[in-house]
Design a protein around this ligand. Structure first.
Ligand code: HAM
Length: 404
């Protein structure tokens, strides 16, 4: 027997309904905020992710589904959505329309070759939004508010963590400061941290190792050395969250696993799904469009993890819906198609092709959760009528074919 690959899942029935419910809820709310749909390829040139997510990140360094295609191109299955959307933005020359703003939403599969565990898949699905052309921190706030709306509509609780990752003015001196601090603890920090001191020192801050964290308590904090512009934006964000009663925590060690962020970074976490607790993450990435050869364009966005949110969403009980339609004699079966097609203009119809006794039809209607069981029996066929039972109200009636 051939099974799905490790870390990849099939979704059916109640699970796939929950998946669709999350996506449609997120789409309808993001449309209210002015987002329109963008579809980008799953396969991209590997260098797109090297240049955007960053060569020293785990995602690019360890987790990519990367291969050489038949034409000899180095390609990979997208590990996230932002890089492809930015590439598409630049390729369509939208970066040249500097006075306009563009807002895109997307959803689909992402691929990361991680060790699978609860909440961590190798193929998982994100819903994401990317907003281009708006430098104001009001946009960062609006995106956080929109994610709050999505989780509220889905009935999900969360904690919001925020941080600022500074900009090319304040990040480099902070980075040097941090390297100096970390170098003092070199022989006490874990192997990964030691490697990161030279490749990506900021990532040391979110090391999961408790011993490392104990040394990091006194590390320099970026939000204490932000430049005036970053500091002003961060304070404004905090003020807006407070005034709108959105609770948050400042997490000075929140650095995100992707290298393209500057200024605002945030994560939504749930304490109900175990160790893989981030249900959404994002932030501002004002330099990425330039990194990918576009004109400087401020941008901010987020993505949420659909499978992790599926663990948290309760679906309302599905009510009986539509018609089950069958006949009791072989001769009557052909007459069902015209009846079904008329009903399908407005309703769901399940057709049974085999002649059966009434009791079997009632069972069949139950199985497909139909509201009405409609049957053409011997008399009904003669009189061109249908026997219909409303399975909720328990009422029966005879209806002519023309009125059905
Ligand atoms: P990310 O934090 O890497 O950000 O992923 C976003 C969300 O995807 C996570 O919060 C999590 O819910 C889900 N996720 C990530 N990895 C897995 C996995 N292996 N299995 C299941 N779920 C997972 C990004 O990808 C950025 N592109 C977000 C963004 C958009 N920033 C700006 N714009």
């Amino acid at each position: 027997m051939i099974n799905a690959l490790r870390g990849m899942k099939d979704l059916t029935f109640e699970e796939s309904e929950r998946f669709v419910h999350i996506v449609t809820t997120a789409i309808s709310i993001s449309k209210k905020y002015g987002y329109s749909y963008i579809e980008t390829p799953i396969l991209e040139e590997t260098k797109l992710f090297k240049r955007s997510v960053g060569e020293s990140s785990d995602i690019v360094g360890k987790e990519m589904y990367q291969f050489t295609d038949k034409g000899g191109n180095d390609v990979c299955m997208r590990p996230e959505g932002t890089a492809g959307v930015v590439r598409a933005f630049v390729q369509a020359k939208l970066d040249r329309r500097q006075n306009e703003k563009f807002k895109f939403y997307y959803y689909g599969p992402m691929f990361r070759y991680e060790r699978p565990q609860k909440g961590r898949l190798r193929e998982f699905h994100q819903f994401g939004c990317e907003s281009f052309g708006e430098a104001s921190v009001y946009e960062d706030f609006t995106i956080i508010q929109m994610i709050g709306d999505i989780f509220k509509a889905l009935g999900i609780g969360y904690n919001l963590q925020i941080n600022s990752l500074g900009c090319p003015t304040c990040m480099p001196p902070y980075r040097q400061n941090l390297i100096n601090f970390l170098t003092n603890y070199q022989n006490k920090l874990c192997e990964d941290c030691n490697r990161r001191i030279s490749t990506n020192p900021i990532r040391v801050l979110d090391c999961k190792n408790e011993t490392c964290q104990s040394y990091l308590k006194d590390s320099p904090k970026l939000i204490e050395s932000l430049c005036d512009s970053c500091d002003e934006d961060f304070n404004k964000l905090v003020k807006l969250l407070k005034s709108e009663n959105i609770s948050y925590e400042i997490d000075t060690h929140l650095v995100r696993g992707l290298d393209y962020y500057s200024k605002t970074a945030f994560e939504f976490v749930s304490n109900e799904i175990g160790s893989q607790s981030a249900i959404a993450g994002g932030g501002r990435y004002d330099k990425l469009v330039e990194f990918l050869d576009g004109k400087p364009t401020p941008a901010v966005g987020f993505a949420l993890g659909i499978e992790r949110i599926m663990e948290l969403v309760q679906m309302p009980e599905i009510e009986r819906q539509g018609y089950y339609l069958g006949a009791m004699e072989q001769d009557a079966i052909d007459s069902l198609f015209a009846l079904a097609s008329k009903k399908r203009d407005r309703d769901k119809v399940t057709l049974e092709y085999a002649p059966k006794k009434l009791k079997a039809h009632l069972k069949g209607a139950d199985k497909v959760n139909a509201r009405y069981c409609a049957v053409v029996g011997e008399d009904e066929f003669k009189n061109q009528t249908v026997w219909v039972k409303d399975l909720v109200k328990k009422e029966e009636s005879i209806i002519s074919w023309s009125d059905f």
